[in-house]
Design a protein around this ligand. Structure first.
Ligand code: R5P
Length: 294
């Protein structure tokens, strides 16, 4: 029996691409909201004894997670053998410690919630900082892929004489590996965050690289402030307008328009469907889906 992939709203294009590459079959369902805002879910396939997975975007997660969990429970209730989650962007990874007295450690609680409702997890470049591996917080098989290679390929194809730059120390893990795969030099800036919208980065040592095209690489663009601040410092230092690449373009509160208004070219992967998507994760995810979770 072929495995079934249920695509949540917004993931139809990626889903089609995965179905073509994996031999999985599209799961059919009705998912809509009752007038009072509650979710109505009806699965139209016979899922008894079958391996199924849900493909779900998890940016702006609070409104997406409840329908996801309800669908997972429905599939299990209808007899699915295993219910997996393909979440190319994994939410709630950044509140990974109690920064201030009284705060919750959302990363842990979210991982527990997902682990209770799903049998396995496949994701791409989760924000691993104080959590070093997903299995430190997820109790289900959880495979973390990386978009390093597809990003490096995009840079090689589109950017002449690049310098890869990580906007902060946390981004070093991506910047260094992307640069190595793209065969170009890299730098990392120092960042200080004073609030959700208040970010400052230090001046880089770029005197040796003024003839290069700066390519800022980070895992996430949320408000865009990190990228904008970093780009402004690079431009003030005499570099060309940077290209900004992120695995996950969350683009909170008009961030993409804000970045473009600052003269930045923005490129993301299709972990979150958006016009800025130029890096296709389908081959990466499809390869993993063929053998994971076994
Ligand atoms: C943070 O540690 C991440 O790697 C990103 O740098 C951050 O999430 C970007 O956020 P924003 O776009 O809001 O500056």
């Amino acid at each position: 029996m072929t495995r079934l992939l249920f695509a949540m709203p917004g993931q139809q294009a990626l889903s089609q691409s995965l179905l073509l590459r994996t031999g999985w079959t599209a799961g059919n369902m009705i998912l809509r909201q009752f007038p009072d805002g509650e979710s109505y879910i009806r699965v139209l396939d016979d899922v008894r004894g079958r391996d199924v997975a849900i493909l779900c975007q998890l940016h702006q997660p609070d409104s997406r997670v409840l329908p996801l969990l309800l669908l997972a429970d429905t599939l299990r209730d209808l007899g699915a053998a295993r219910v997996g989650l393909v979440a190319p962007y994994l939410a709630y990874m950044r509140q990974d410690k109690r920064f201030n007295e009284g705060e919750g450690i959302s990363s842990h609680y979210f991982a527990r919630l997902i682990s209770q409702h799903l049998d396995w997890l496949l994701t791409v470049d989760p924000h691993l900082h104080r959590i070093h591996q997903l299995d430190e917080v997820y109790s289900i098989p959880a495979l973390s892929l990386t978009a390093v290679q597809p990003i490096a390929e995009w840079i090689k194809q589109h950017i002449n004489n690049p310098l890869v730059i990580g906007p902060d120390s946390e981004s070093e893990q991506w910047a260094a590996r992307v640069a190595e795969a793209a065969g170009c030099p890299w730098e990392v800036l120092e960042k200080q965050r004073f609030g959700d919208h208040d970010v400052q980065v230090s001046l880089p040592h770029v005197a040796n690289y003024l003839d290069r095209t700066p390519v800022l690489v980070d895992d996430i663009i949320s408000t865009g402030k990190t990228m904008i601040q970093a780009a402004q410092h690079l431009m003030n230092a005499g570099m060309a307008n940077p290209v900004c690449i992120a695995v996950h373009g969350i683009f909170a509160q008009g961030a993409l328009a804000d970045m473009q208004g600052n003269g930045l070219r923005v490129v993301t992967s299709n972990s979150i469907a958006d016009d800025s998507n130029q890096i296709d994760l389908a081959p990466l995810l499809a390869d993993a889906l063929v053998s994971f979770p076994g």
